[in-house]
Design a protein around this ligand. Structure first.
Ligand code: 6PG
Length: 471
């Protein structure tokens, strides 16, 4: 019997869909799962009638694979990944390749890459985005490791990936944990955009008194524009239109307002803090989830802390897509991408990842959760200047900021007066205002630091380091 081209460990939804994707693209496969009953269930169900076989144990699994072996692990990130690596390592030979396609913390991947480099087989840490549907139909993939390891799986990954006008949504990201780092930042941007759209919904509901269908229409309108056409806006329109089959009305209104998280948004913010990158819009989205989870405290606080009555303000008309609000949403979305791209640029220098910014924008144009038409502009901006310090400085994006900032300001001010929290929109306004201010008040912070701690300061008019006896 001829040997299989591709092996998969871990038959969760993502694993199942990725192996079906590989098989559909001509790569016969063998699958292994911790519990064999799950493997049987898959082979008798979705995997039936396809070039996919199962293995009861790892010996059988590796024996069924052609050499060099190409093995994808789709398992829960964390200790389970280390456990599977330990179990499979003794069976792997020179040239074989192990890929971790889970949402692993990039430092775990760094550690695994350096410890496995001493063994003869290759190891790739690969971010995979697109959810279950993307995994089946074509995800965006962010593989990191050695170039030689990537080249060994390039043909497989290029066939499995989503395809856009300028190629497949996969590229070699860089060494070590860079693939998982880029996926982490992708998710930070994902958190940002999700929160921005939730804030827009809240304003349309509470200030303009709109119902689910009316709000859905606005998201559909936005999805037809160059600036906002995206997967997340498209699904938001669908979520807003969904009715509750149990009790009627808009289903969204029946959902508990507590957002969970699996860690990647947090890791983005931790990395940004460590690297001195400014990501306030992304941080605000993370904190939005944290605040949302404090439900019982919020119920209590609402009774104790008085807040202003909701005063209506101009969010625009439904027929022109609530244009002031749309401007605010566009700028916050741009800020999320700008902050994520800047974080990657800084990390690339710090960790010697040598990230190719236009290529990253290119592979995010299809398959992934943050795919959007804006990414074409982002790709162009970094094609024109690969060392662009901040997306907002690119002429096309600068024009967007200059044109739309008055409306972002109006929306933030209106929401502040109405007592409606809009953490991402207001952080974006502060971010842009800080970024476009050549003199900030941190001169006084420096004075205080020198006053109590003799931390010294620089002057704007004379070179050198100064200290003053302030009191
Ligand atoms: C993707 C997603 C996915 C992520 C979920 C959940 O790109 O397909 O980013 O990998 O796991 O979106 O993330 P949270 O549970 O942290 O929101």
């Amino acid at each position: 019997m001829s040997k299989a081209h591709f092996g998969l460990i871990g038959l969760g939804v993502m694993g199942e869909n990725l192996v079906l994707n590989a098989e559909r693209n001509g790569f016969s496969s063998v699958v292994f799962n911790r519990t064999y009953s799950k493997t049987q269930e898959f082979l008798n169900g979705r995997g039936a009638g396809k070039s996919i076989t199962g293995a009861r144990d790892l010996q059988e699994f590796v024996d069924k694979l052609e050499r060099p072996r190409r093995i994808l692990m789709m398992i829960k990130a964390g200790p389970s990944t280390d456990a599977v690596i330990d179990q499979i390592s003794p069976y792997l030979l020179e040239g074989d390749l192990l890929i971790d396609g889970g949402n692993s913390e990039f430092r775990d991947t760094e550690r695994r890459v350096s410890s496995l480099e001493s063994k003869s087989f290759g190891y790739i840490g690969m971010g995979v985005s697109g959810g279950a549907k993307g995994a089946l139909e074509g995800p965006s993939m962010m593989p990191g490791g050695t170039k030689a390891s990537y080249e060994a799986v390039e043909s497989l990954l290029c066939k499995m990936a989503a395809q856009v006008e300028d190629g497949p949504c996969v590229t070699y990201i860089g060494p070590g944990g860079s693939g998982h780092f880029v996926k982490t930042v992708h998710n930070g941007i994902e958190y940002g955009i999700e929160q921005i759209l939730a804030e827009a919904y809240d304003l349309m509901k509470r200030v303009a008194g709109m119902n689910g269908d009316e709000i859905s229409n606005v998201f559909e309108f936005w999805n037809k524009t160059e600036e906002l056409c995206s997967y997340l806006v498209e699904i938001t329109a669908a979520c807003m239109r969904q009715k509750d089959e149990i009790n009627g009305g808009d289903l969204v209104e029946k959902i508990m307002d507590k957002a969970g998280q699996k860690g990647t948004g947090l890791w983005t913010v931790i990395s940004a803090l460590e690297l001195g990158a400014s990501v306030p819009t992304i941080y605000a989205s993370l904190n939005g989830r944290v605040m949302s989870s404090m439900k019982s405290q919020r119920i209590n606080a609402e009774k104790i802390l008085s807040r202003p009555l909701i005063k209506p303000f101009d969010l625009g008309s439904k027929s022109d897509g609530m244009s002031p609000l749309m401007d605010a949403v566009i700028l916050a979305t741009i800020a999320s991408y700008a902050q994520g791209m800047e974080l990657m640029r800084i990390a690339s220098d710090e960790y010697n990842y040598n990230l190719n910014m236009p290529s990253i924008a290119q592979i995010w144009k299809g398959g992934c959760i943050i795919r959007s038409r804006l990414l074409r502009r982002i790709q162009n901006a970094f094609d024109n200047d690969p060392r662009l310090p901040n997306l907002l400085l690119d002429p096309w994006f600068a024009e967007q900021v200059n044109r739309r900032l008055p409306n972002l300001t109006k929306v933030v001010a209106g929401a502040a007066n109405a007592g409606i929290p809009i953490p991402c929109l207001s952080s974006t306004l502060d971010y842009i205002n800080s970024y476009r201010t050549s003199r900030l008040p941190q001169n006084l912070v420096q004075a205080m630091r020198d006053c109590f701690g003799s931390h010294t300061y620089e002057r704007v008019d004379i070179k050198g380091t100064f200290h003053t006896d302030w009191i």
